[in-house]
Ligand binder design. Structure first.
Ligand code: HEC
Length: 152
């Protein structure tokens, strides 16, 4: 009985080791609060990375352009692939003009983050009506902004 116990413990330790290795180690970037890689959202979707192309393809286009596109886009903010970067980065918010939508290097001062986290001074949390982005997804967008919000 003792040997069965320690065998199980060994197997568990080996599994944990394999999981940690699979995650690539490092600073914890790219992992959610449960230590899983971000961007999988339970639906098996492919890993979101802190680049604009990835955020566009996996968040802005599928989650935002139902409303934020075309001439009637709310607050003039079009988030389709051809428009979004130029309307986000370094551009003052229409709702709170003292804040930029995306302030390069400063996620906490970026109105986009305020809207996604539901703590903007004006209006509702985005995406309007939900479901809202999970913390891991917002963390990747924060990371991209912290890296200077490059058009990459
Ligand atoms: C169902 C429609 C809808 C969806 C989907 C939606 N929005 Fe919005 N958005 C709005 C409306 C309406 C407003 C203006 C009213 C408000 O802020 O509540 C707005 C305002 C905003 C603003 C403020 C713009 C400014 O200049 O002040 C930001 C930023 C924003 N949305 C980002 C997003 C992002 C990012 C997504 C996707 C993750 C998203 N929205 C999805 C309808 C939507």
């Amino acid at each position: 009985m003792d040997s069965r116990h320690s065998g199980r413990k060994l197997a568990a330790a080996a599994m944990l080791g394999a999981l940690l290795t699979a995650c690539g180690g490092g600073s914890g970037d790219g992992l959610d609060s449960n230590g899983r890689p971000v961007g999988e959202g339970g639906s098996g979707g492919g890993g979101l990375t802190p680049t604009f192309a990835s955020i566009q393809a996996q968040v802005l286009t599928p989650r935002c352009t139902t409303c934020h596109a075309g001439a009637a886009a709310p607050v003039g903010l079009r988030l389709d692939a051809g428009s979004s970067y130029a309307l986000l980065v370094g551009v003052p918010s229409g709702e709170v003009s003292s804040l930029q939508r995306v302030a390069p290097g400063r996620p906490d001062d970026s109105y986009l983050i305020h809207k996604l986290e539901g703590r903007a001074a004006v209006g509702s949390r985005m995406p309007l009506g939900g479901p809202f982005l999970d913390a891991a997804t917002i963390a990747v967008i924060r990371d991209w902004i912290a890296r200077g919000a490059p058009n990459n």
